[in-house]
Write a protein that binds this ligand. Sequence first.
Ligand code: FDA
Length: 389
Amino acid sequence: MFETDVVIIGAGAAGLMCAATAGQRGRRVVLVDHSTKLAEKIRISGGGRCNFTNLNIHPDCYISNNPHFVKSALKQYTQHDFIGMVYQHGLTFHEKTLGQLFCDQNSDGIIQMLKDEVAKGEVTWRMGTSITSVVAAEAGGFIVETSQETWHCQSLVIATGGLSIPQIGATAFGYEIAKQFGLNIVPQSAALVPLTFQPEDLWPELAGVAIEKAVVSCQNQQFREAILFTHKGVSGPAILQISSYWQPGELIEIDLIPDLDLQDFFANASRDALLSTVLSDVLPKRFVQVWLQTKGEVKPLKQYSTKVLQELEQQLHHWQVKPSGTVGYKKAEVTRGGVDTDELLSKTMMARKVPGLYFIGEVVDVTGWLGGYNFQWAWSSGYVAGLNI
Ligand code: FDA
C-alpha cells in the first residue's frame, strides 16, 4: 500500500482545480480518473469553446436546497481569480452575451492551462484507472483501492461530477460513496436540458423554428433569451435555463412577443393586410402560419374585432404549455440534485460527519445557470477544498 496526503477521484473541472491548488501547497496528491481522456466535459463545453465563467456570478444564479451554501466558495475564489489565471497563461477570451466568457484558444487552451497548473503541483496522475473500493482506515484517513494499486490518504476528494452525458464517462460513483458514508442525497434530475412535448400539445411542424427573443417562466423564475422548436419539443437557451426549475406536471409560460404592445402595432399596420402577413413582421413566418391554423380562416386585419385581437395578444404573451418531460441525461448539460449541502461545510466542502472526506463540483446539490456558472462552481469549490486538504 502506498502513502499519500490526498486522493482526488475525478480529473474534471473541479478535480483539476483542487489538485493544482493542493499540489502547489506542497501536499502529495494522487489524481485518479477512470477515463483515458482528460476533462472531456471541458473539451465539449460551449460547443468546444468553453464558456469558462461569467462576469455576473451571483449566488442567486445557483439552485440548491440551501441557496446560501455557494456563497463562501464563490467569495473565496471568484470569477476574477479564474480570469487572472487565464491571463497569466497568455490565453485570451471574449464576452459573447450576458457576461458569458469564452476562450479564444478553445477548450484545449483551458485544459492545457489546468494541466500546467497541476504539473506545478507535482501531482501524480492515474488516468484510465478505476476505483475498486474506498473504506475508512482504522488508523484514520481512507484506503482507496484502484485497478492499479492501493493508496492510504488522509484526505479523500470526490469530484466525479453528475450523471449527464454517460457516453463520456459520467457515473453515479460520487453519490454511491456519499451513501456509503451515510450522507444524504438530494434526488437528481436532468437540468439545462431540452423539454419534450406530446405532439398534440406542440406542433411538430414547428421543428427548426427559432424565436430570438422570448421570455420563458416557471416557478417564479423567468429567462429572456432565444427558444428553438425541435422535433420532440423546445430547446434554446431560455428553455434550457427554465428546465432547471421545471418540475414534472407543471406548465411553463412563454411570452413570444415580449415588450410588444400588439394593439399599438396593429394600429400602425395596413388594415387591408392579412393577419398572418402583419404578424410575420414580429414572429417567424412559419410560426405564424402554424399558430393561426388553430384559429380558423385567416382574414385581413380589418375584419377582426378588437376583442379577438386582444385575445390573440393575450395568447402570444402568455402561451402556456405543459412539457411531457425532458430529453434526459444523454443531452443534459448538468444534473440537478446530488450530495446534500447540509452534509458539507460550505467553507471547505468537507463532510461534517466524515472528517477528511470532501465533495466538490457538480456531484454536490448545486446547479448553476447556463453561461459559465457551472464551471465557476467547479473552480471555486475545487479551490476551497484544495486549500483545506
Ligand atoms: P466533470 O464531469 O467535469 O468531471 C468528472 C470526472 O470524474 C470526469 O473526468 C469523469 O471521467 C470522472 N469520473 C466519473 N465517474 C468516475 C468513476 N467512477 N471513477 C473515476 N472517475 C470517474 N458549464 C459551463 O460553465 N460552461 C459551459 O460552456 C458548459 N458547457 C457544457 C456543455 C456540455 C455538453 C455539458 C455536458 C456540460 C457543460 N457544462 C458547462 C457543465 C460543466 O461541464 C460541468 O458542470 C462541469 O464539468 C462539472 O465539473 P466536475 O469536475 O464536477 O465534473
